[in-house]
Design a protein around this ligand. Sequence first.
Ligand code: DX5
Ligand code: ZN
Length: 230
Amino acid sequence: MTTQIAPSVLAADFARLADEASAVADTADWLHIDVMDGHFVPNLTIGLPVVAALLKHAVLPLDCHLMIAEPDRWAPDYAAAGARNVTIHAEAAAAPVRTLRAIRSAGARAGLALNPGTAVDPYAGLLPEVDMLLVMTVEPGFGGQSFLDLVLPKVRRARELIARHGGEVWLQVDGGVTEETIGRCAEAGADVFVAGTAVFGSADPGKAVGHLRELAEAGSRSRPGGESAG
Ligand code: DX5
Ligand code: ZN
C-alpha cells in the first residue's frame, strides 16, 4: 500500500484553477475534481468542459469524482477526455458493471463510491471491476463538513474485503479529511486521501499535502499488520 494524497479543488479558487493546481503539483499525487449536478447532490459545480480545459494545464493526473444522477451516461466521456481516474457512485449507477468497464476501456482507472449510509458488503462482488473503492466520510455535496467517525468500521471492512479479493484495489476516503482525522483513516486501512479544506484552506497548500502524507504514513504503520497488510 502506498499513501497517496489527492487535494480537492472544491476548496480552491475556481477562477484560478490552473494556478491552484500548480501549487500542489510537486507534493500531491492526484488532483481531485468534484463534479456535482444539483440532482444526485444538492450542489452544482463543474462539468466536462472545465475538466477538459483543466487537463490542458494540470501536471497532476485528474481524479474525477462524479456526484451526478446519470453516471452511466457521462462517466466514459470523462475517461475519454483524459481523466486518469473516474469514480461513479453506487447509489446512482443503473448498470455499474457496464459503466466501470466502459471507463476502463476508455483508458482510465475505474472507481466506485459509497455514501456513508451505503453498506460495502453488497458490492464485494464488484471488486474485480474496480481499481479504487471510495468510502465517503461525509454526505457528498459540500466541502468543509465534519468527518463522520461512524464510517471508520466500513473502511476497515472494505480493507478486509479488498485483502480477501487479492487484487490491487486502492481504498480512498473523502470528506472531512484533515490533520486531525487522516491518521484514523490510514489506521483503518485507507491509502488514498482526498482533502479539500485541509489543503487549499491552508496558507501553503503544497506544504499541507506533505504534512498530511506524514500523518497518513504514521497511521498506516500503526495499523494492525502494519503497512504490508492488505
Ligand atoms: C464532498 C466532496 C469532497 C470535498 C472534500 O462531497 O466529494 O471531495 O471536496 O472537502 P473537505 O476536504 O473540505 O471535506
Ligand atoms: Zn470528492
